[in-house]
Ligand binder design. Structure first.
Ligand code: ADP
Length: 401
């Protein structure tokens, strides 16, 4: 069984060919700068080295064609022909209230994704283009979609409703949806396994901390709250996104700086978060962490502290939402790789009321699943590398087997 997992952005396309049963990755790669000068494809077959070349790609159909050529190449390919690919799984961003689980792509499903384009104007159109390119070049191979919002569809109304006139929900479905759902689902499932318990018996908080960051409360295997909202700008402080903000700030800055709503949204999405708080020092947590540890930049220190504080504040609110917690899980680029941020979050804010103590030797490990709390710790702290591609491949397998 082989599933081709596709993650299609407006100018990029990531892919992995995965066996969902053995969990082996046969090959993976990335098409970049699609439709722009200098398009590149990189391709790495299992056990082989990375092949990177510049090839013109006018659109996503060209990109998919190159992916198929790479996978079936006589020397470096990993399948003889397309008949060895059993299904394609697409990572899709916004499924609104239409999709609560993985789904096979049909004309009706495509129409429903299109309906959700208003809610994710940057992502859903690109996702649809990816699906259509695959349908054209891989006819007869089942296509499935897995939505970033799906796992969060179990949130109760009190968690997803915004404090604005209800008519906007009724008219436009304005509400919290949440993102990174595949990761929150995968990590919370692994957390239960690491705790040696059934998913139905545990309360976990998943901190997906990357360039985009979100946190979720998962009670008995179901998401009950998450920090991203109708769009991915809400919640935690991120690389360049502001996260939670007083709506009054928008009006104040717009008037002072004579900015329109598009300029304001660009500032809040691209110039804010850690980049903004560090006064332009960096949006990359490696840079911020290095400067913070060396004590060379007050700007980096400010961003690191504000980031850790916001995560800790959300953890506190989710302990309340679930009336308890068994484990705090860290995942994604920052969550998996930054012992210092885990220490700041746990030692400065969670040690007393959650009774957390960290084993700093275990906290220094990288790249594997590990419980970094001491045996005495009253709450477990788990580092769990996320694997969205594998989670997608597994869901697709369940659908098509
Ligand atoms: P996204 O998928 O949202 O683009 P990732 O999950 O790949 O983000 O995370 C990217 C972030 O992880 C970057 O800010 C990067 O600096 C950070 N990161 C990666 N490795 C480390 C590390 N060793 N220490 C601290 N931060 C790291």
């Amino acid at each position: 069984m082989k599933v081709l997992v596709i993650n299609c952005g407006s100018s990029s396309l990531k892919f992995q060919l995965i066996d969902p049963v053995t969990e082996e990755v046969a090959a993976k790669g990335l098409c970049e700068r699609i439709g722009i000068n200098g398009s590149m494809i990189s391709y790495t077959p299992a056990g082989g080295s990375k092949i990177k070349k510049e090839v013109p790609m006018e659109n996503h159909t060209d990109a998919i064609r190159l992916v198929i050529d790479a996978l079936t190449n006589e020397e470096t390919g990993v399948v003889k022909d397309l008949s060895e690919i059993d299904a394609v799984g697409h990572r899709l961003v916004h499924g609104a209230e239409e999709f609560a689980c993985a789904t096979l792509v049909t004309p009706e499903v495509k129409a429903a994704i299109e309906k959700c384009c208003d809610l994710a104007p940057l992502h859903n159109p690109a996702n649809l283009i990816g699906i259509e390119a695959c349908e054209k070049l891989m006819p007869g191979i089942p296509q499935a979609g897995i939505f970033d919002t799906a796992f969060h569809q179990t949130m109760p109304e009190e968690a997803y409703v915004y404090g604005i006139p209800y008519e906007y929900y009724k008219k436009y479905k304005v509400r919290r949806y949440g993102f990174h759902g595949t990761s929150h689902d995968y990590v919370s499932e692994r957390a239960a396994a690491m705790l040696g318990k059934a998913r139905e018996d545990v309360k976990v908080i998943v901190c997906h901390l990357g360039n985009g960051s979100s946190i979720s409360a998962v009670k008995n295997g179901k998401c009950v709250d998450t920090s991203m909202g109708m769009t991915p700008i809400e919640g935690l402080i991120m690389g360049t996104r502001c996260g939670d903000i007083d709506a009054g700030v928008i009006e104040f800055i717009a008037k002072k700086e004579n900015m329109n709503i598009d300029q304001i949204m660009k500032m809040l999405n691209k110039e804010s978060g850690a980049l903004g708080i560090s006064d332009g020092f960096s949006s990359d947590f490696r840079d911020l962490e290095d400067a913070f540890l060396d004590g060379t930049s007050e700007d980096a220190t400010r961003a690191m502290k504000a980031f850790a504080y916001r995560v800790a504040k959300y953890i506190g609110s989710y302990v309340a939402a679930m009336n308890g917690v068994d484990a705090i899980c860290f995942t994604a680029g920052v969550g998996e790789n930054s012992p210092i941020l885990r220490t700041m979050i746990c030692n400065d804010y969670l040690s007393n009321y959650l009774g957390i103590t960290l084993n700093e030797e275990l906290n220094a490990l990288r790249g594997k699943e590990v419980d970094i709390a001491t045996p005495e710790s009253k709450t477990r702290v788990l580092v769990i590398p996320t694997n969205e591609e594998l989670a997608i491949a597994r869901s697709v397998y369940q659908l098509v087997k």
